[in-house]
Each structure stands twice: as C-alpha cells, then as structure tokens.
Design a protein around this ligand. Structure first.
Ligand code: NDP
Ligand code: OXD
Length: 306
C-alpha cells in the first residue's frame, strides 16, 4: 500500500520528508510520478485534477491537505472512500491572526493613514467606530477567531447551521436567525465551508441586512461571494469596505474589478497556511489507523459536505 501526494503546482517534497520523518516505513509517491497507481490506497489532495479518481482507482482514504474539502467533493467523489481534513491549532491560530489583523486595520483606518502618509497629510479621525463582529461559521476556525476578538474587547456574534454555545460569542443558528444576527454587527467575517448551501451566500440580499457601511472579511472561499453584488454594495455605500483573501477565480485575473477598487483589500489566499509538520502528524496517524482498521480522526460528513 502506498500514499500519493497530489497538489499540482506545489512542491510536495517537504510533505514527503515530514511524513517519512514520522514513519520511515511509509511508501509515498508524488503525483504525477506514480509508479503503480493500482497500489495507491491513500492520497493527500489539494485542488486535484478532475480525473484523479480514475487515475487512482483503489483509494480507500483521502485527506485534504487543508481545512476545506470543496475542491475534492466537487469531483465525482466515490462515497465509499473515507474523507478527512486538517483540523489543527496552528491553522486556527494563523487564521485568527489574519482575521484580527483585518479587523484592526479597518477599525484603525490603516488604508486611509497609509494614503495620508504618502501625501504627508496629518488628518486624524478621532471618531473611531465601535465594532461588533459577526462570524459566519462557528467551526474550528470561526470559534478561535471569535474568542480572540472577544478577548480584545469586541462584541462578537456567531452564526452556524446548528445551535452552538460559546462563552465568548453570542450564538445564532439557522435561517430564521440570520437577519437578527446580521442586524447586530458591522463587521462580518466569513468562515463557512463551501457547500451547495453556502455558495453565493455573500450576496446583495445578505448585504442589505447588515448595518449600513459594514465591513466584509472573506477568508473562506471565493465562490461564497457574488463578485458583482460586492462591487454594487460598495458603490452604493451599503458596505464600507471589504478584505478578501479568496476568490471565485484564483489567481485573481488581472482584469478583475476588485484589483483597483479603493474599498477592497486583497491578499492571495494566504489567510492561514497549513503547517506541514503538524499536518503530517495527523495524516500519518490517520494512515496508521487506516491500516489497523481503526476509525479515522477529523472525518468529513459527506452528507453535510464539510
Ligand atoms: P468547520 O467545518 O470546523 O466549521 C464550519 C462551520 O460553518 C460550522 O460552524 C458549521 O455549522 C457552519 N456552517 C456550515 N454550513 C453552514 C450554513 N449553511 N449556514 C450556517 N453555518 C454553516 O470548518 P473550519 O472552521 O475548519 O474551516 C472553515 C473554512 O475556512 C474551510 O472550509 C475553508 O474553506 C476555509 N479556510 C480558508 C483558509 C484560507 O487561507 N483562506 C485556510 C483554512 C480554511 P455547524 O457548527 O452547525 O456544523
Ligand atoms: C484550507 C485553505 O482550506 O488553505 O486549508 O484554504
């Protein structure tokens, strides 16, 4: 039995080394140089090619290389294959720091002061907004970000599919409560998994339910945002600004309107980067469990899609 590492345009050699450092007996091959595809029973995938499941016909288990599994489930995924993802403190800490950075930059008008500095302009705004932050998605990452923001003294609200309880976050759940949730906040952070339900969820109708001039932070998936609706909402003043780390098309095409929009801040899908060493530990542990016939950790519910 061998493991395939499949992440096109990514150097997977450090992943192989990290996994072999934990268990030198593993047989690991890096796609597309797979000697015997029939012998591959497990694969670590990131944005896999569309025909990957035809090329590796005997997979028993697939792990995402990150937290999201949307790029795997959008393919013709055989429901008999076990699917796991990375759930990791380092990933949560990285995401928390990015979300905190985006909230602090908005609160402190960093973009305005950077522009003022370039013009040597001294123009303090002494009316800082009082921020109430709403987090869409109270999973591993959303909860961690919410806790940190609450620790910094922000009011924090959260929205999830099923009801959650949290010491730091006032929790809302389900379609009936989304309007109330949105009415309470002036910053919305998207940390939802991409599923059929969340695709296109960040749209004009949702923006209308937020307080006028709210800030949108999307660090989840680009497909959750309707690009034209964001431009419209910013131009109408419905939203005050947006921080975007993820995009419908990545890399963001040079001609896209987001690049030059004065109210949009862009980073290239780097909100939180999977730590190779800690992810390798989980992957090797799961592989060992698979070979012993034990239940895997961080398994994805294929019916829910996350
Ligand atoms: P989890 O699966 O732990 O949490 C998902 C949360 O979203 C849960 O609270 C879930 O509700 C909620 N949710 C799912 N569907 C809905 C819905 N339709 N309506 C309301 N709430 C919903 O995910 P993680 O926190 O680990 O990760 C979230 C996403 O972040 C990943 O899927 C990935 O796309 C993205 N990500 C982005 C990175 C980047 O660098 N930009 C890095 C890492 C991740 P419930 O609690 O009821 O199940
Ligand atoms: C992830 C990501 O899902 O990096 O882990 O986007």
């Amino acid at each position: 039995m061998s493991i395939a590492l499949v992440a096109v345009n990514r150097n997977m050699e450090p992943w192989r080394e990290a996994m072999l450092a934990i268990d030198p007996s593993l047989r690991i091959e890096i796609y597309p140089e797979i000697e015997n595809p029939e012998a591959i029973s497990a694969a670590v995938l990131w944005k896999p090619p569309a025909d990957i499941f035809d090329k590796l016909p005997n997979l028993q288990w697939v792990s995402s290389l990150g937290a999201g599994v949307d790029s795997i489930l959008r393919l013709d995924f055989n429901q008999n294959i076990l699917l796991t993802r990375i759930v990791d403190e380092e990933l949560a800490q990285g995401m928390t720091r990015t979300v905190v950075m985006a909230v602090l930059a908005w609160e402190n008008e960093l973009a305005k002061y950077l522009a003022d500095q370039r013009e040597k302009v001294w123009q303090p705004n002494l009316d800082k907004p009082k921020l109430a932050v709403g987090i869409l998605g109270l999973g591993h990452l959303g909860k961690a970000a919410g806790k940190a923001l609450s620790g910094l003294g922000y009011e924090v609200y959260g929205f999830s599919r099923s009801r959650r309880n949290d010491d730091h976050i006032e929790c809302f759940a389900g379609e009936n409560e989304i309007s109330t949730f949105l009415s309470k906040v002036n910053v919305v952070v998207c940390l939802l998994p991409l599923t059929d339900t969340t695709s296109g969820m960040l749209n004009h109708m949702l923006f209308q339910k937020m307080q006028a001039g709210s800030y949108l932070i999307n660090v989840a998936r680009g497909e959750q945002l309707v690009d034209e609706d964001l431009i419209r909402a910013l131009d109408e003043g419905l939203l005050g600004g947006a921080y975007l780390d993820v995009f419908n098309e990545e890399p963001l095409p040079p001609a896209h309107d987001f690049w030059n929009h004065p109210k949009i801040t862009i980073t290239p899908h780097v909100a939180s980067i999977t730590n190779i060493e800690s992810a390798a530990k989980q992957i090797v542990k799961n592989y060992q469990r698979l070979t012993k016939g034990e239940a895997l950790i961080n398994q994805v519910d294929l019916d829910r899609g996350y």
